[in-house]
Design a protein around this ligand. Structure first.
Ligand code: 5GP
Length: 190
């Protein structure tokens, strides 16, 4: 069996990455989403081992120091990282592996795995992003302020990605994302 492809999906919090990736998993049967480790506290409804592996800082750092993370980064005061073993396994099984991670991590992965494809999901505008973050109602004012600042920084890296998709209309953005992944995956399937 051929090795699967590695796709990184980044974009500011509130750009709709999570929704798009969830829909993508239904649209592309051999897509596989990596579950990250984080030191962030669970939000209501998040499930250990499905949303994230929720760790304290000591356990997270122990994983990082043991070389068990493909990449890791600090974002808005918390650590986030991709467990290496499960990504390797899924690629070995020929899956289209999806990492939903922020930009510093994306560039670390590109260093290690140059054939990884980097996909940037953009909100239609910063105003729309702010509106979506507020509507989500899961973050306090200080967190929203931090995330908008982080969004400005992330948007400044978008040109370094292989492809940029504007999530204005969800079904159009999904169609573009699916077409891109299927296009890249074609060679390695079957
Ligand atoms: P949230 O706290 O909203 O779930 O995630 C915050 C940011 O961390 C998002 O941009 C998300 O894509 C990113 N993120 C999630 N998991 C990882 C990871 O394993 N590594 C890195 N570098 N970023 C991650």
């Amino acid at each position: 069996m051929r090795r699967g492809n590695l796709f990184i999906v980044s974009g500011p919090s509130g750009a709709g990455k999570g929704t798009l990736v969830a829909l993508l998993l239904s649209a592309v049967p051999d897509a596989w989403l990596s579950v990250s480790a984080t030191t962030r506290a669970p939000r209501p409804g998040e499930v250990e081992g499905e949303s994230y592996y929720f760790l304290d800082r000591d356990d997270f750092m122990a994983m990082a120091e043991a070389g068990e993370l493909l990449e890791w980064a600090e974002y808005s005061g918390n650590c986030y990282g991709t467990p290496l073993a499960s990504v390797k396994r899924a690629m070995g099984e020929g899956k289209q592996v999806i990492l939903e991670i922020e930009v510093q991590g994306a560039f670390q992965v590109r260093e290690k795995i140059p054939e990884a494809k980097l996909i940037f999901i953009e909100p239609p505008s910063l105003e729309e992003l702010e509106r979506r973050l507020r509507n989500r109602g899961t973050e306090d004012e200080e967190t929203i302020r931090q995330r908008l600042q982080a969004a400005r920084v992330e948007l400044s890296s978008k040109e370094e990605y292989d492809i940029q998709l504007v999530n204005d209309n969800l079904s159009e953005a999904l169609a573009q994302l699916t077409a891109y992944i299927n296009g890249q995956a074609e060679e390695t399937r079957g």
